[in-house]
Structure formats: C-alpha cells, structure tokens
Design a protein around this ligand. Structure first.
Ligand SMILES: Nc1ncnc2c1ncn2[C@@H]1O[C@H](COP(=O)(O)OP(=O)(O)OP(=O)(O)O)[C@@H](O)[C@H]1O
Length: 676
C-alpha cells in the first residue's frame, strides 16, 4: 500500500449508523411509544404482549431485504466487478466539487506509481552492483547512481504521499457536504405526502448516513489507485526477475484477501442488523440529553426506565459487534495461516530459482523487495476494495433515496397564481398513504377574500388535513381544489405558497434571531418597521421588548448568547410570522392554544381587520372564539356536517351545539368581534 493509504479495513470505523439528532430540533420520528419510530418491516413485540411481559426485550430491527441481500453479496467476484464503478463514482463526485484537486490527485498517484517502479529498478541496480565480483571501491562507484535514484524515488514518493493526503482531506469533506446538499435539495423538492409513505423516513436516514460516508470513498479510491499502481510496478519488476514468481505470489495472497472480504461482509451485516437499535439509541439519547423532555423525565421518574432501555439496546448492539469481531478475527487467523504457507512456497521458489542458477543473487535481492511490494499492494487492493465496497453499499442507500425522492418530486403545473379571490373545494377527498379510510370525504367548500371561515370538530375529524389541502400542501386524492378556478395541481407550488401564511399546530422554533424568525429569512422593503408591526399585531412586541438584544436576539438558549422563550411567547412569534407575510390566504391552526386570555383576546380582535384584504381559515377547539368567523364549517369523520354563522349553528340542533355545550358559554355574547 502506498503512503497515501488510509487505515486498513480492520481498523476503519463503521460509518455512523444513525444521524445525530441536532439540538433544538425534533427528531424525525420521536417515539411516542416504544417502537413508534420503526420503519416498514420493523419487528417488535405487540403492545399487548409488552403490557403482560414488560421484561421482554423490545427489538428495533430495521432490515430490508434488498440491503441484506446487497450485504451478503460482498464477495471477491462482486467486489472486482464493483470496484471500477466505485472509483469512477468517487472521481465523478470529486470532479464535481473540485476539479483541480481531482486532477492533482490523479497526477500524484500516477507519478507515485512510476517512482515506485523506478525505486524497484534502482534496488535491482544497487544490489547487482554491490554483489558483483569487483573490489569494494568499484562496487560502490557502480552502485551510487542506483542509490541516488533509490533515495530520490523514496523522497519523491514521500512528498507525493503528503500531497495525496492533503488533496484527499480537502476533497473528502467537500464530497460529503455535496452529497448532503443533494439530499437536502431532494427532500425540499418532494411532495409533503412523501413523508407519509412507508419507509420514506427510514430511507432518508439511511441516505443521510450514506451522504456522511461519501467523503470516505475518495480515500478508498486513492488507496485503490495507489495499490494498483504499486502492484503494477512490483509485478513488472518481479516478472522481469522470473515470471513464475508473480502467479505464485498472487495465489499466496488470496487466502488473506478472502479473509478480509469475508470480514468486511460480516461487519456490514452486523451493522445492518443493529441499524434499528442504533436509530433508537440516537432518539433515546436525544430525549435523555436535551432540555425538551428533561422536566417530564424528572417528574415522571422515568430516568431509570429510559437509561435501562438504553442499556438493554446497547447490550444487543454490543453482542452483534462482539460476534462480528470474533468471526472477523477467526477469519483473519485462518487467512493468515494459509497466507503464511503460501508465502513459504513463494520464498522456496526464490531459493529454488537461485539454487538452480536461473536467477542471480542480485535478482534474488530485487525479488525480495518486489515480493514485499506486490504482497503489500495485493493486501492493500483487497483491504481498500473491501472498504470501498462497504462504503459503496452505504452510498447506494444515498443514491437510491435520491432516486426515490425524484419519484416524489413535485410535478405540478406552471401557472403562477395571484393572491386568491376564491378557493373552491369540489368534492375533495383525501386518504393518507397506507390508510384504509379517507381523512376527508367529498368535501365541497368555497373560501372568499374578506372572509373568516372557522373549522371545528372533534380530534381527528380532518380539520388540519383540510387546511393543508386548501393551502396546496397536499393534493387531493380525488376532487379538485381550485385557486381562482385553476386546479392546485396545475399551479407552480412555490408561486402558490408565496400567497400562503400558515401557523400550523406544531410550529418550528427556529434557532435564528427574532428578526429571522419573523421574516423567515425573507425581509421585505418595510425593513424592521414591518417586523415590529407584525410583532405588535401578535403581541410579540412585549416579548421582544424584554429581550436583551431586541430583534437581534438569537432564539436558542442552548447556544452561546441565545435566549429561550415560553410556549406562549413562541406562539406570539409564530403568529407574527404569519402577519408579516403579505399573503392572500392566512391559515391559523389552533393559533391561540398557548396564549394567555389577554393575548388571545387581542388576536381575535384583530382577526376581522386582517381578513379585509385576505381570506382567513381558522382551525380551533375554542368554540366560543369562533363567533368571530363569518362562517363556521363543522367536520365529523372527514365530512362537512354543518355550515353556517355562529348564531345559526348555536341555535340549531347538531354537532356544533354539542361542542358548544362542553364549553363555558356565559360570556359568548361579550366575545370580541362577534358576528350575528
Ligand atoms: N400524516 C398522516 N398520515 C396518516 N394519517 C394521518 C396523517 N395526518 C393525519 N392523519 C389522520 O387523518 C385523520 C384526520 O387528521 P387531522 O389531523 O386532519 O385531524 P384534526 O381534525 O386536525 O385533529 P385535531 O383536532 O386532533 O388536530 C386522523 O384520523 C389522523 O389520524
């Protein structure tokens, strides 16, 4: 192996098995119950069984047939077939991120290969001169040009090795970042419904791991090229000494090569078997470490349970790792024993050739060096090859996901809508992927500019789903959502969302400054005055006034100089975002759930004013507040069961009256902006 080579397959760490969940972010699938974050194909004990046998081990297995099969296919034959493809892939990505560094790397490797060959030729020259029958002075005189060449070649190779390490360490991280970037772009471009597809989230995590190890491929590719160049140089010199030595050496190296490939396969499969557990460990770690659940862990005295579950899962991962390590060691031992026997045969052949006068003593010396070079390069080829194939398997997860994401890419029309005057739902139904019943059935509804429309109903009746269909986040399974007569599916989604301001139930706590949290990184010509105006409208001005650095305050307490907000303060910021956005459709999903009564009162007081030049869709369980709406739509099990004004619905029998009866109604008529 050349100077540029990285660690061997035995010492190289497995790529990270689960992305670390960042601070201040919710994990992709936080487990609301054990096993909740498992993807398709996950095996776990049933909830019933879990309740009757709590001590039974919960397994988070995440095997998919294709990845398991791919892992089982790491064999010499497959490896030889895949290697050129992987080198091409690594060079193509390297070329994409830094052409000059890529060319530099290839040049360094080519020159290193040539100097390797020259070095071996020089060894031959030196030994021949030193072992000749002339006097010592003449022997040294004859030997010095070869010695000089030998020293020069060694020096140049050392410098080239440093250059290769330098260029690889520049390219590797760039390649990983590029792969991550492609992943992010791919994810940002998919339909929202893709996230509801079985396996999408699991595949995205696997792809993230693949992107992370992409940079390793450059080291492995370089090791492969270096080993191949070194093999070629040694083989040429060895064949020059005597042709029989080359096939003998390659045969002698095979057992160790096979052992390394088998070891790599065992480790990959062990890693694959533990991937579900590793994912669960990552999620558990996030919950145990961060502040978000710290109060619940303490108050619920859950620490023992969670750390116990963590230990149990770690023990399983350790068992897999230990088995893989033991099996790998046994394979290496068998390979080394067979390889040792093979080497003895090769050395015996050298002695036999020398004894038979078929080669000179100088040639025999050269053969010793060449044998070492070729032996090392064969081992290097196999070792780097095994690592590259394993990295390639992880990268397959990445590229497969990009293909999958491509399949879910938003392919809608090109129509660029104006701020909507009407949004019409015509017999709209929506069914989530994998569900056996519709979340919404045959809903017909019209929203008009200047109107506040409220959606009410029991949990799970379809209110949020309807609001996401109106805002074009989902496309209906059947029926049409028309923005000023044009189906949402025929509209450029990004142009459409320019006209949407959404406050979802679970809004993001962006780790950004207050200003960026309000503008969402899209400041308008109104500058800070517009930001302050939106804050005043949502009550966030009171929050900002108390922050040390005002709009410049970083809202991330875990980070240096950042500050954290209370739940209600965050909700005011989320509302300010929506008020700041000059959008024709304002969707508020439970917008005041965390607000104090005064703040809530102010929001509802302003709602009518906001609706003057836009349409407002309000989802709320605060039935007494919906008096502010021009129209109330009552949903039950995905169907519209009532529609009318507050006064109409409050006085007719039906679900609305039932909902109303569960709330205190004595102050109804004093609610701000009540419409009759
Ligand atoms: N992403 C999803 N994947 C699968 N099913 C979903 C998804 N989101 C919602 N559902 C299902 O669709 C139905 C309607 O959900 P939706 O969130 O629209 O109800 P909701 O009326 O807003 O409820 P709540 O009052 O609790 O917010 C529910 O049965 C829910 O389980």
């Amino acid at each position: 192996m050349s100077e540029s080579t990285g660690p061997s397959a035995d010492s190289v760490p497995e790529p990270r098995t689960a992305p670390t969940v960042p601070p201040s972010a919710t994990p992709a699938e936080p487990p609301s119950r054990p096993g909740a974050s498992l993807g398709a194909g996950a095996k776990t004990v049933s909830e019933d069984a879990a309740s009757t046998a709590p001590q039974q081990e919960m397994r988070y297995v995440d095997l998919t047939g294709s990845r398991e099969a791919a892992g089982r296919h790491i064999r010499m034959r497959d490896m030889a077939r895949r290697l050129p493809q992987l080198v091409r892939r690594s060079l193509a990505l390297a070329w994409q991120v830094d052409r000059r560094a890529t060319v530099g790397l290839l040049l360094c490797q080519a020159v290193a290969g040539v100097t390797q060959a020259l070095g071996l030729v020089a060894v031959s020259g030196t030994l021949t001169a030193l072992l000749s029958s002339t006097d010592v002075y003449h022997r040294l005189l004859d030997a010095w040009p070869s010695v000089a060449l030998l020293a020069g070649a060694a020096g140049l190779r050392a410098v080239l090795g440093i250059a290769v390490v330098w260029l690889s360490s520049r390219l590797g991280p760039l390649m990983s970042r590029e792969a991550e970037q492609m992943l992010l772009t791919g994810c940002a471009e998919v339909e929202l419904s893709a996230y509801d597809e079985s396996g999408f989230n699991r595949d995205r995590e696997a792809a993230d791991r693949g992107a992370g190890v992409t940079g390793d491929l450059i080291d492995e590719g370089q090791d492969l090229i270096a080993s191949a160049a070194s093999f070629l140089a040694g083989a040429l010199v060895l064949a020059g000494v005597h042709w029989i030595l080359l096939p003998l050496l390659v045969a002698a190296s095979l057992p160790q090569a096979l052992a390394q490939v088998s070891g790599a396969r065992v480790r990959y499969l062990a890693n694959l078997r533990s991937s579900g557990d590793n994912r669960m460990l990552s999620v558990l770690r996030w919950h145990i470490f961060t502040k978000d659940a710290a109060d619940q862990i303490r108050a619920g005295t859950m620490a023992g349970f969670l750390t116990g579950r963590y230990r149990q899962t770690v023990a399983r991962v350790n068992r897999e790792d230990r088995t893989a390590a033991d099996t790998g060691a046994r394979m290496s031992l068998a390979g080394a024993l067979c390889g040792g026997l093979g080497s003895a045969v090769v050395w015996a052949a050298v002695v036999w050739l020398l004894a038979g006068g078929r080669i000179t003593v100088g040639h025999a010396g050269t053969a010793v060096f060449a044998l070492q070079t070729v032996g090392q390069s064969v081992r290097g080829l196999v070792s780097a090859g095994a690592r590259a194939v394993r990295t390639g398997l992880y990268m397959d997860d990445w590229s497969d996901f990009l293909d999958k994401a491509g399949g879910f890419r938003m392919r809608r029309g090109t129509h660029r809508p104006e701020s909507p005057k009407t949004i019409e739902l015509m017999a709209v139904s929506h069914r989530y992927a994998g569900k056996d019943r519709d979340a919404l059935s045959e809903v017909s509804l019209t929203l008009r500019r200047g109107e506040v429309v409220a959606l009410v109903g029991f949990n799970g009746s379809g209110k949020s789903t309807l609001s996401k269909l109106v805002s074009g986040l989902y496309l209906p399974t059947s029926g049409e959502v028309l923005w000023d007569g044009v189906p949402v599916g025929d509209t450029d989604p990004h142009a459409l969302w320019q006209h949407v301001a959404l406050v979802p139930q679970d809004y993001a706590h962006w780790p950004l400054t207050v200003r960026e949290n309000v503008t969402l990184g899209q400041p308008t010509a109104g500058g800070d005055a517009a930001v302050r105006e939106a804050c005043a409208a949502s009550g966030a001005d009171e929050v900002v006034d108390k922050l040390g650095r005002g709009l410049n305050t970083l809202l991330a307490r875990e980070w240096l100089s950042g500050e954290d907000l209370s739940g209600g303060q965050w909700q005011r910021i989320a509302l300010a975002r929506a008020f700041y956005r000059e959008a024709g459709l304002l969707v508020l999903d439970e917008p005041t759930a965390a607000l104090d009564p005064r703040a809530e009162f102010r929001i509802f007081q302003r709602l009518r004013g906001l609706a003057r030049d836009r349409m407002v869709l309000l989802v709320t369980h605060r039935i007494t507040n919906v008096a502010v709406a021009d129209r109330i739509v009552v949903l039950d099990e995905g169907r519209v069961v009532q529609e009318g004004t507050y006064q109409q619905l409050a006085h007719e029998p039906g679900l609305f009256r039932e909902l109303l009866s569960y709330q205190v109604t004595s102050e109804d008529n004093e609610k701000p902006g009540t419409r009759t």
